[in-house]
Structure formats: structure tokens, C-alpha cells
Design a protein around this ligand. Sequence first.
Ligand SMILES: [Zn+2]
Length: 86
Amino acid sequence: MFCKYCGKPLDEGSVFCKYCGKQLTENAAAPAPPPMPNADIYTPVTDAPPRPYAIPKRTWQYVALASSLAALMGAIIFGLSQFNVF
Ligand SMILES: [Zn+2]
């Protein structure tokens, strides 16, 4: 048999692909692998609006970047104000 996800040759009766880890059968008796912690975060949203509690990681990167820029601008303005005193 071959994995229907990655196409690699597998032993007959394999429940999970040993190459890509996908479940190949619907056999409920087989122990399920631990779910991927980020499996549901990057699933594309087709028709539903973005979940309010699932803020994309990129948004936090922008927030961190904006905070860093604000701190940098504050430091620059503070430094210039020190020179302008004279
Ligand atoms: Zn596979």
C-alpha cells in the first residue's frame, strides 16, 4: 500500500504513515497520536470571520515592532531635547 497523503510505500495494514504521520485508516481502535498544538491556528478561513481569540502571530509581531519603534522614537526625542536645552 502507499500513503494517500505523501505517496510513500508502506507496510500493508499500516494505521499511520511513518513518513508523514498522517492517519491512513478510520480504525478507532488504534491509539491516536498527540494532536499538533498549532494544527488549528493556521487553517485557512474560507467563509467564517476571523475568530476574535485567535489573533494571528503576525499581528503580535507588528504590535511588538510598533512598541519598539515607539520606545526608540521616545528615546530619540528625549535625547534631542537634551541637546536643545543649550
Ligand atoms: Zn505519508
